[in-house]
Design a protein around this ligand. Structure first.
Ligand code: NAP
Length: 336
């Protein structure tokens, strides 16, 4: 009998998510034959993403709330180990939506995994060529609409999504300022990504922005929300664009997220503010992949994966996203 290790979602966090919201279980893996179209996936590498925290809320809006008593909905990469789907035979390496468990049955009528591109390993599939990278590239190019020579500001700049944005903007000819927490992350932005950096934990963001972008910010790609968002909006140039990607500073705060306090600034500067979900933009994925693959091949594009080990550490590792404990795309390899 094969055992399926699972992390079950047992209570909705009221504030900061913690290990107390989950329960570890070992259940026997059902041996029933698959129905036509179904596949059984062995999850080998989990991608820990901030959006999961919003799915834990009962009023999760764009994605169904994770049901209490079910394994935690998650993004992962792994291998098809049983198949009744000719498009995904046994042995196919896949990534997509699964759950915090060793084995996930994916139903044919709601196929949530797809094959990895040839030559891409599990880490790359979840980092430099994964969902966050698509978000960063496509959110910038299709929502931020940067032009060469413009000034682009990115929050959460040293993270998985943010690092894609800063480097894409630089490689497209923009002047880039990344905002991140701590000297090490800012050093990495300056020395490896070759962009300006502001350490929001140790510097006055408003003052540094004025100094670094005296003519204003043309494109603001926001991953964070809250106070820093206001600081950047205060420095926007005429006809600037704001691509609202995420609000991680607000995900563990009950109640509505904090918004810009001075809406008139949007009028006086004729700003365009647009929220987006990467799923809206996936038709353009080939364009993003082509650029990213070429830049990686040419050694022009850096990426960091913070790979942790051990299935049992999923909940405690997950919480680190909200304190900046991750250094790059936060991944967790499920041990055997
Ligand atoms: P990540 O940036 O790799 O990791 C999260 C980082 O957020 C932390 O390392 C930390 O960096 C920063 N952070 C955490 N709490 C913060 C706070 N209170 N104030 C300021 N910064 C804080 O994570 P990711 O997966 O790439 O996600 C980044 C953002 O993109 C999230 O908001 C996520 O929801 C959003 N996203 C949106 C879409 C979409 O379709 N719209 C898709 C993917 C991701 P520091 O150490 O620098 O503080």
């Amino acid at each position: 009998m094969t055992t399926n290790r699972q992390w079950i979602f047992t209570s909705r966090p009221q504030g900061m998510v913690s290990a107390a919201n989950f329960e570890y279980r070992e259940t026997p893996l059902a041996d029933a034959p698959l129905q036509t179209g179904d596949v059984l996936v062995r999850n080998q590498m989990f991608s820990l993403i901030p959006a999961q925290r919003t799915w834990m809320n009962a009023d999760s809006e764009y994605f169904p709330p994770i049901p209490l008593g079910a394994p935690v909905t998650a993004v992962a990469a792994g291998e098809v180990i049983k198949s009744a789907n000719p498009a995904l035979p046994v042995g196919t390496r896949v990534s997509g939506l699964t759950a915090w468990e060793d084995f996930t049955l994916i139903k044919g009528e709601r196929m949530t995994v797809s094959p990895l591109p040839e030559g891409v390993d599990l880490i790359q599939a979840l980092s430099v060529f994964g969902g966050n990278a698509m978000t960063g590239y496509l959110g910038l190019m299709k929502v931020g609409l940067p032009k060469a020579g413009e000034t682009v500001v990115v929050t959460g700049a040293a993270g998985s999504t943010g690092a894609t944005v800063v480097q894409t903007a630089r490689l497209k000819g923009c002047k880039v300022i990344g905002i991140a927490g701590g000297p090490e992350k800012c050093k990495w932005l300056r020395e490896v990504c070759h962009v300006e950096a502001i350490d929001y934990k140790n510097e006055n963001v408003a003052e540094r922005l004025k100094a670094l972008a005296p003519k204003g910010v043309d494109v603001f790609f926001d991953n964070v929300g809250g106070v820093i968002m206001q600081d950047v909006i205060d420095q926007m140039a005429l006809h600037g664009r704001v691509a609202l990607c995420g609000q991680i500073s607000q995900y563990n705060t009950p109640g509505p997220a904090v918004g810009p306090r001075d809406m008139f600034r949007l009028i006086s500067q004729r700003l365009r503010v647009q929220g987006f979900l990467v799923s809206d933009l996936m038709a353009h994925r080939p364009e993003a992949l082509a650029d990213l693959q070429q830049w990686v091949k040419d050694g022009k594009f850096a990426y960091k994966a913070d790979v942790r080990e051990g299935f049992k550490k999923l909940p405690t590792t997950y919480a680190e996203l909200f304190t900046g404990g991750n250094d790059g795309t936060l991944l967790l390899r499920a041990d055997a």
